[in-house]
Every structure is written in structure tokens, then in C-alpha cells.
Design a binder for this molecule. Structure first.
Ligand SMILES: Nc1ncnc2c1ncn2[C@@H]1O[C@H](COP(=O)(O)OP(=O)(O)OP(=O)(O)O)[C@@H](O)[C@H]1O
Length: 670
């Protein structure tokens, strides 16, 4: 084996193979995307990312990975030639040739180690960047136009969206690369080792016939027959893997609900029912796990037997030629190795069948998810118009998803000085009317005029976000601690910090740690910062305070403290910056008062209060409404409630009749 020649040949080989591979890969992707369902699914999820018009880097990285894959194949070929040289030197008792082979091996092995490390880094960087992009893409679509809410109205609501965004994206990206690299490696290797085997194999005499280059034909026949059987045996794994993900997600979801509703369940002492549900869901997981085990035993058993038989097969075929001295020991060993390589490469498709099954299931889930988002967007939307701060309904008809009439032809206008109270029997459609006004309810016709962004909806059980009390008070203004994370520039900043930290740059590591703290929220004992130092602009917490920002932060803090006192939550002032699960700590009445605080801080043009005082006594209810009327005289107020005490704070009432009639009447509140 001549080193210079090997280098020259390798250069030529790489150039040719690269050109051919790129062309064939592009044609295959095009063909798959056009003619197979899963190819189309793949394309719809990836086309944008690899579009050079958006960014040339992903495609360049992919081409580099392809090149490194070919380098790996070429190294395998060189090692195969090397093994021939080495075994021949042993057979001929040629010590100088043997030591030269050892030196050559040291060089080849060094290149191999270097290539493996470089490939690892580039592939990991590639998958992480791809995952960041895809996550952002799906998250953006999921949040856009309230798809996360509206998908519930689809005929087939999407199950476990959290799993699809968090886990399936990671799996999809990982497996796309692993499978693509595997396929390219297998195909190029197959080609290269077929050539080697072709030159080494001789004719086979069987049944009075001579088969030239028998070894090549035998290995192909062997693997093709094995693959056909393996596909048959492995096919049910596609469905089983799909079910595995779904059952696990369902089980996890039931566990999360137990935690979310722990208090209600504990009051009901509902452990038995919850336990039965959890065990039943876990039962599905386990039943399916056993089905996977049994099917995998058949599948793996078949694959292993085929691989074991392939170990001795080439020796049996070539033994006669070796003993009759037609080939050397080096040739025999290289034949066995080339056969093994070829068998491995061709078997890639058989062995990767279950990975491919999982991959198809992941593709199905991600495509189902994007489809559901698109369908949710296509759901009808009421016509919502913005005319300054005007609030009016014109010929509004609202129905249930089943088509039952809740409200027919409602027209009214609400003025700031004349708050409206919506009343009616339970289930008559009061909350649904608010949903329609918010633009969330697909099943309505007519026109809604309301302030575009400047409207606040308070429900009976206020939503308290993850974070501090201050975050809860200012919600939904962008949460200070999370603001960094939602912006692409900051994501990049974090990536850079992560990248730098990997190289041990201390400054950047600090930056990463502070970003992570912001992201995760810290424990109560570490997260309380002096009120004066923090504020809604608190992502400046880690940085040196800018005087203008500090002034603004102080103003926010003082206002928040004042509002807490006004809504009779003065005892919480010291804990304004404590990150905790406030939804659990505060009583429902306190949460409702916090929501009134939110209303006072937001000063919206219109406010919709859906039984927002249901957990307060009449004195508190009176105090809260008086506060709002006094502090927000320009805010248009619409309330939903059953209590007659509410009438005192409203000028008019809209009474829904219910019972599917769609009838309503407007009367004075007094
Ligand atoms: N997502 C949904 N899918 C199907 N039906 C729904 C959905 N949301 C509401 N409904 C139905 O619409 C009707 C009106 O519900 P809504 O919550 O508006 O009543 P409500 O007047 O606010 O009742 P309550 O006073 O008890 O709060 C009910 O019959 C309810 O079952």
C-alpha cells in the first residue's frame, strides 16, 4: 500500500463521490417529498430551515456533514486495504512490511480519531441549532392567534401538544440526521466495498454451473432476502412505537392534573378514582411495552441470526480458493471484511427499521400538530373591529359547538359611564358571550366593536403566571424575567454564552447562569430581591443598574405596593418579588383581589369581569367595585354575575333567557 498513491486516489475518490452523492441526495429528497407521504411530512417541516434564501449556514453545515461522512467511508476502504497488506506481510513472514503497516495504521488511526471528534462536534452543533429553530417555529405557530386555545374546538383536538413541542422536536431533529447520515454512509460504503469484493471474488461452481464473482451476488441476495423478512416482522413496531409515546404522554398528563388539582381531589378524597385512572393509563403503557418486547424479540432475533450467519459465510465460500493457493491470507481476510462491511451496510436498512418506525411516528405527531394549528386558524372568527375605545355588538348571534342557540341578534353599546351586568341562568351563555367578544369563540356571527389591545378579561379563577407576585400583578405585560427568552436575539445571546462557556470563558458562563436563573425562576429562598432594586424591568437585575431604569423600576414598585394596599393585600408587599406558586398560596378571594390590582395597574379601555368577585364577601365586593369605578372612570365595564348586590355597581343589565331560545332583554339595573 503506497501512501502517496493512496492520498492521491483518496482525493480523487472523495471529489467524485461527493459530487455524485450531492446530486443523488438532492434527487432522492425531491423524489421522496413528491412521491411519499412521510417525505412530504418531512419536507413541510424542514424546507424553510434549509432554504438558502433564509440562511445559507444550515445547508452549508449539511454539506459539510455529508463530506465528513464520505471521509469516513474512504477511511474504511483504506483500512480494508491496510488489513490486506498486513495479513499478507504476516503470511509471507515479511517483518519490514509488517512494521511499515503498523506505522501506516498509526497514521490512519490518528486521522480516524480526529475525524470522529470533528464530526461529533459539527453534528451536535447542527442538531442543536436546528432544534432551536424548529422549537421557535412551532412555539410561534402554537401561540399565534391563540391556536393553543382554539385547537380545542377542532373535531379531532390534538393530544399532548406539550410532548410534541418538547420531545418530538428533539427526536425529529436527532433522528433525521442520524438516519440521513446512516443512509448515505450505507449506500456509499456499499458501492465502495462492492468494488473491493468484485476484484477479490472468484467464480463459484454449484450444480454443474459456474457463477462468476459469486461472492458479490451472494451477499446481495443474502441481504435482500433477509430485509424482506425483517420488514414483514418489524412492521407492527411502527404502530407500537406511536402508541408508546401517546400512552406515556397520557399517563404523564394524568399525573400533572393530580398535582394541579391536588387540593380539590384531596377535599373529595378522590384518591380511589384518581388511582384507578392513573393505574389504567399506566396499564396501557405497560401493555404496550410488553407488545413492543415480544415484537422486538422476533425482530432482533431474526436480525441477530442473520448477522451471525454472515460472520462465517465468506470464509466458507472462499476457503476452497485459499487452500488451493489461488488467494493469499490477506485476500481471504479482506474478502471476509469486505463481505462483513457490505453485509452491515446493506443491513443498515433492515436494522434501522425500528428506528425508522419511531421516526415515522414522530413525523406523524409533528405533522398532526402543525395540521391542527392550521385547522384552528381556519376556524371561523367573529368579525372584531376596533373603533377607538368603543364597545358595541351588532346583530351578534352565538351558538354552542353543537349548534344550540345561546344568543340571537344581540345589538347593544356599552359606554364608560354606564357599566353593564350580564345575568342569566347557569349555562345560558354569559361566559361564552365574553369569549365571543374576546374573539375566541368560533361559533358566532355578527360584528363586535371593541378596543383592539386595550381590553382586560378577568375570570372567576384568575390566572397567576409562574414567577413573582409582581409578575402576576403586571400580567399580561411581558414578564420581566422571561422577556429575554422570548426574543430570538436573546436566544442567540444565550447560545453564544453556552458556546463560550463550553470553552471555559468565565464572563460568558456568568451570563449563561444568569440567563438560566431568569429562565427557570429561582427558589423562594434565593429569589427575593429588595423591591427597590427590581421592577418590571427586572431583567436588568444581573446587570449594573442604569439610573434611568432604576428610577423607572422604583416607580413600578411604588405603584405596585400602592395597588396591593388598595385591594387590601398590604400584607403581601414584602413578598412582591418572591417567586412562588402564588396560585396555590393565595386564597381564591385573595387571587380575585390581586386580579383587581391587575386591573387598576393596567387601566384598560374596557374590562370584562366574569364572576370576578364570587369568592369575596359582599363588603369586599362593594369595596373592589367602588375602587374600580372611582379609579378608572374612563374604563368601560362589563360584568357577569349572579349576585343581586352587583346591580348597585351597574347601570344596565343584559339578561339571557337560556334554554336554547337565544332570547335576551336589556333593562335598567336598579
Ligand atoms: N368548549 C365547549 N364545548 C362545548 N360546549 C361548550 C363549550 N364551552 C361552553 N359550552 C356550552 O355552552 C353553554 C354556555 O356556557 P357558558 O359557560 O357560557 O355558560 P354560563 O352562562 O357562563 O354558565 P355559568 O353561569 O354556569 O358560568 C353551556 O351549555 C356549555 O356547556
Amino acid at each position: 500500500m503506497n501512501l502517496n498513491k493512496a492520498l492521491m486516489d483518496s482525493g480523487m475518490w472523495l471529489a467524485q463521490a461527493y459530487l455524485i452523492t450531492v446530486v443523488l441526495a438532492a434527487a432522492s429528497i425531491w423524489g421522496l417529498a413528491r412521491f411519499t407521504a412521510w417525505g412530504r411530512q418531512f419536507w413541510s417541516l424542514t424546507a424553510d430551515y434549509f432554504s438558502p434564501r433564509r440562511n445559507w449556514r444550515p445547508l452549508a453545515a449539511l454539506l459539510l456533514i455529508l463530506f465528513l461522512t464520505l471521509c469516513a467511508v474512504r477511511l474504511d476502504v483504506l483500512l480494508s486495504d491496510w488489513s490486506n497488506t498486513m495479513y499478507t506481510s504476516l503470511q509471507q513472514l515479511d517483518a519490514p512490511a509488517f512494521w511499515q503497516a503498523m506505522l501506516l495504521f498509526a497514521m490512519l488511526a490518528s486521522v480516524h480519531v480526529l475525524r470522529v471528534l470533528i464530526t461529533f462536534y459539527i453534528q451536535q452543533a447542527f442538531t442543536i441549532r436546528w432544534r432551536v429553530w424548529l422549537n421557535e417555529e412551532l412555539l410561534g405557530r402554537w401561540l399565534d392567534r391563540q391556536a393553543y386555545y382554539r385547537t380545542q374546538y377542532l373535531d379531532m383536538p390534538v393530544d399532548n401538544p406539550d410532548q410534541r413541542i418538547q420531545q418530538d422536536v428533539a427526536n425529529f431533529v436527532d433522528m433525521s440526521l442520524t438516519l440521513a447520515v446512516g443512509v448515505v454512509n450505507a449506500l456509499v460504503s456499499t458501492f465502495a466495498f462492492t468494488l473491493i469484493l468484485w476484484t477479490l471474488s472468484g467464480p463459484l461452481h454449484a450444480l454443474g454451473m459456474e457463477i462468476p464473482r459469486a461472492m458479490v451476488f451472494l451477499v446481495f441476495a443474502y441481504v435482500i432476502i433477509a430485509t424482506v423478512f425483517a420488514v414483514k416482522i418489524g412492521r407492527p413496531l411502527i404502530m407500537l412505537n406511536f402508541l408508546n409515546e401517546r400512552y406515556n404522554a397520557d399517563y404523564r398528563y394524568a399525573l400533572v392534573r393530580l398535582r394541579e388539582y391536588s387540593e380539590s381531589i384531596a377535599f373529595y378524597a378522590g384518591e380511589k378514582v384518581e388511582g384507578a385512572l392513573l393505574r389504567s393509563r399506566f396499564g396501557h403503557v405497560i401493555g404496550n411495552a410488553w407488545a413492543i418486547v415480544y415484537r422486538s424479540i422476533k425482530f432482533q432475533g431474526f436480525n441477530l441470526s442473520i448477522s451471525q450467519a454472515a460472520v462465517v459465510f465468506p470464509f466458507i465460500i472462499q476457503a476452497q480458493r485459499f487452500f488451493s493457493k489461488q488467494i493469499s491470507l490477506g485476500d481471504l481476510m479482506q474478502t471476509a471484511q469486505a463481505f462483513g462491511q457490505l453485509q452491515d451496510n446493506l443491513s443498515f436498512f433492515r436494522n434501522a427499521y425500528d428506528s425508522f418506525a419511531t421516526y415515522r411516528a414522530t413525523l406523524d405527531r409533528l405533522s398532526g400538530f402543525t395540521r391542527a394549528i392550521a385547522e384552528a386558524r381556519a376556524l371561523p372568527e367573529p368579525e372584531v373591529l376596533a373603533r377607538g375605545s368603543r364597545l358595541a355588538l351588532e346583530k351578534l348571534t352565538v351558538k354552542t359547538p353543537a349548534g344550540a342557540l345561546l344568543l340571537a341578534d344581540l345589538s347593544l353599546e356599552v359606554l364608560a359611564g354606564a357599566p353593564l351586568l350580564i345575568r342569566g341562568p347557569s349555562g345560558s351563555g354569559k361566559t361564552t358571550l365574553l369569549r365571543a367578544i374576546a374573539g375566541l369563540w368560533p361559533y358566532c356571527q355578527g360584528t363586535i366593536v371593541r378596543p383592539e389591545h386595550d381590553a382586560l378579561f378577568l375570570s372567576q379563577k384568575p390566572y397567576l403566571p409562574l414567577g413573582s407576585l409582581r409578575d402576576a400583578l403586571y400580567y399580561p405585560r411581558q414578564l420581566p424575567g422571561m422577556a429575554n427568552l422570548t426574543q430570538a436575539a436573546d436566544i442567540q445571546r444565550q447560545q453564544k454564552a453556552a458556546h463560550a462557556s463550553a470553552h471555559g470563558t468565565p464572563g460568558n458562563l456568568d451570563e449563561l447562569v444568569s440567563a438560566r436563573k431568569d429562565e427557570l425562576g429561582t427558589g423562594p429562598e434565593t429569589s427575593s430581591v429588595p423591591p427597590a432594586a427590581a421592577g418590571p424591568l427586572a431583567h436588568s437585575r444581573a446587570a449594573a443598574p442604569d439610573p434611568a431604569q432604576a428610577y423607572e423600576a422604583n416607580a413600578w414598585t411604588e405603584r405596585a405596593q400602592q395597588v396591593l394596599r388598595q385591594v387590601q393585600l398590604g400584607h403581601l408587599i414584602d413578598r412582591l418579588d418572591l417567586v412562588a406558586d402564588w396560585g396555590r398560596i393565595l386564597s381564591l378571594g385573595e387571587q380575585q383581589r390581586l386580579a383587581f390590582g391587575r386591573l387598576l395597574l393596567a387601566e384598560p379601555a374596557a374590562a370584562f369581569l366574569d364572576e370576578a368577585t364570587s369568592a369575596m364577601d359582599e363588603g369586599l365586593e362593594d369595596a373592589m367595585y367602588s375602587l374600580v369605578r372611582e379609579q378608572l372612570p374612563r374604563t368601560i365595564l362589563v360584568s357577569v354575575g349572579h349576585r343581586s348586590t352587583l346591580l348597585a355597581h351597574h347601570s344596565r343589565q343584559l339578561v339571557l333567557q337560556g334554554q336554547g331560545s337565544g332570547a335576551w332583554e336589556i333593562a335598567a339595573a336598579a
